[in-house]
Write a protein that binds this ligand. Structure first.
Ligand code: PTJ
Length: 266
């Protein structure tokens, strides 16, 4: 079974003005057909599409700033882990593997709607995308305190003992539980208002399909920086300001598109 994020989807004309958006839908639907993405993941994708529209479907400066801080945190970490769910595996499996290789992070399948069968399928998909080791498939024996049900299960070698965890399309409750465990949490979430976005230490308001490959490239470049330089990037970073800039950007864009008809209080 091929890596979904590297598949070509015949039947979508390249000339279509929404070609990329249609390809992303096909990736999620293919993931659904393979038992990688849950039905709820299709809804989550639609919500993401809506926020991506508001961002103009491009990576903005506030996201780049958050990515730099995130890469610095991953490179400084003793035990960094990339948490992968069904949607992320289908949309950007290859880029997850590239980021793991560039930062030395481990990859763990960590699911909100966990079943052992789906974890296994996601593990297989990530291996098809080039991952050498995938945690959380048959070793999710440790529970995140405060999270009942299978959604709380993690690998003792992975998220459970990690100091820095990157999550994408994550649930706010689990993000909070990871923070309570003392971990630094990096979130990729198109919605700057979500509980995850507002709880994480570093929030990248961007699409995983753009953010993850760009972060892998940044990591390869930033590897040459000293520990002090990386620490300096982290110290200067302010997540509240970055989130405010994301909202300001969306509001400004709506204002512009409405021809200045929206009244924004100063
Ligand atoms: O595979 P599982 O079992 O772990 O389940 C995964 C889903 C996504 C179904 C689960 O985590 C979920 O229900 O997530 P939520 O609560 O819908 O949150 C998803 C968040 O990700 C929302 O804020 C979306 O706007 C955002 N989002 C959706 N698509 C993307 C995205 N963020 C970045 N890139 C996207 N492509």
């Amino acid at each position: 079974m091929p890596c979904i994020s590297e598949m070509e989807f015949e039947g979508i004309p390249r000339s279509h003005p929404r070609y990329l958006s249609l390809v992303l839908r096909e990736r999620v639907v293919e993931g659904f057909r393979r038992g990688v993405v849950v039905a709820e993941g299709l809804i989550a994708h639609g919500r993401g599409e809506c926020f991506d529209y508001l961002l103009g479907e491009e990576t903005r400066e506030f996201a780049v700033e958050a990515m730099r801080a995130a890469v610095a945190a991953l490179l400084l970490a003793k035990h960094p882990v990339l948490s992968v769910n069904g949607n992320t595996a289908a949309l950007a499996g290859k880029a997850v593997v590239e980021l793991a290789e560039a930062t030395g992070a481990l990859i763990e399948v960590n699911l909100f709607y966990r079943t052992e069968e789906r974890a296994r399928r996601i593990g297989e998909l990530l291996r098809a995308c080039g991952a050498r080791e995938v945690l959380g498939v048959d070793d999710a024996t440790a529970r995140i305190p405060g999270l009942e049900h299978p959604r709380g299960m993690t690998s003792p070698r992975g998220i459970y003992s990690a100091d820095v965890v990157l999550v994408a399309l994550e649930d706010g409750d689990r993000t909070m539980a990871l923070r309570r465990m003392g971990k630094k949490v990096i979130a990729i979430d198109l919605n700057p208002l979500s509980r995850t976005a507002r709880t994480a230490d570093i929030t990248i308001v961007d699409n995983v399909v753009r953010a993850l490959p760009l972060m892998a490239k940044m990591a390869r470049e930033m590897k040459g920086l000293s520990k002090e330089e990386l620490e300096d990037i982290l110290e200067r970073y302010d997540n509240n300001r970055v989130l405010a800039e994301a909202l300001e950007y969306i509001a400004g864009r709506l204002q512009e598109l409405s021809g200045g008809k929206l009244v924004l209080e100063p």
